[in-house]
Design a protein around this ligand. Structure first.
Ligand SMILES: [Mg+2]
Ligand SMILES: [Zn+2]
Length: 195
């Protein structure tokens, strides 16, 4: 099965700033090229899941209803392009809750995979795309291949990487989609790996 996992903030929409959250519908600034990228993946029969930490709920900064409104803006923007996400999985817990779904935990990836009747071990080689070292760690924890997009919080050169370096580093989600599509069609010569 073709399946891809995307972080939300800093990947699909503008990074809201360190320690900040998207708390208003009007503050969700969707990258046009991200929508194009997701369209390309969907057209190539990929299942596309969003895996996002939104502790703003657990911290009492916004309500679940507000998060739903923000999500609806994203769903509608995608819908205008004929795109339907296969699932949007948020961790809304407080960081102190010690849940299993807060990235770098993989609870939400497991849920996403289960929603299409698969297991993690059956989707080896799938990609996780994110804008932070935590996203990359999440991908590793789930046994996925990872792509860091430099449209959000982290730039590759500014992070002190440990064991888990991103498999690929690209400028945006469109370039990430290119890698994913090439990788799985066997044409990997255009890869831009820095890892
Ligand atoms: Mg992010
Ligand atoms: Zn959680």
């Amino acid at each position: 099965m073709k399946i891809v996992f995307l972080d939300r903030d800093g990947v699909i929409n503008q990074y809201p700033g360190h320690g900040e959250y998207v708390t208003r519908v009007k503050d969700l600034h969707i990258f046009p090229e991200a929508v194009i990228a997701i369209k390309r993946l969907k057209d190539a029969q990929y299942k596309v899941f969003i895996i996002s930490n939104q502790a703003c709920i657990g911290r009492g900064i916004i309500t679940q209803g507000k998060l739903d409104q923000i999500t609806n803006k994203l769903i509608q923007a995608a819908d205008r392009r004929g795109i339907t996400f296969d699932g949007i999985f948020y961790c809304t817990h407080h960081p102190d809750d010690q849940c299993s779904c807060r990235k770098p935990g993989i609870g939400n990836i497991k849920k996403a995979v289960a929603s299409v009747g698969k297991t993690l071990s059956s989707i080896k080689g799938a990609f996780f795309v994110g804008d932070t070292d935590k996203d990359i760690e999440t991908g590793y924890n789930a046994g996925l291949k990872t792509i860091l997009v430099e449209t959000g919080r982290d730039r590759y050169k500014h992070v002190k990487w440990g064991e888990n370096k991103p498999h690929f580093v690209v400028q945006d989600l469109e370039a990430a989609a290119e890698i994913i599509l090439n990788e799985n069609s066997g044409h990997s010569r255009h890869r831009r790996s820095r890892a």
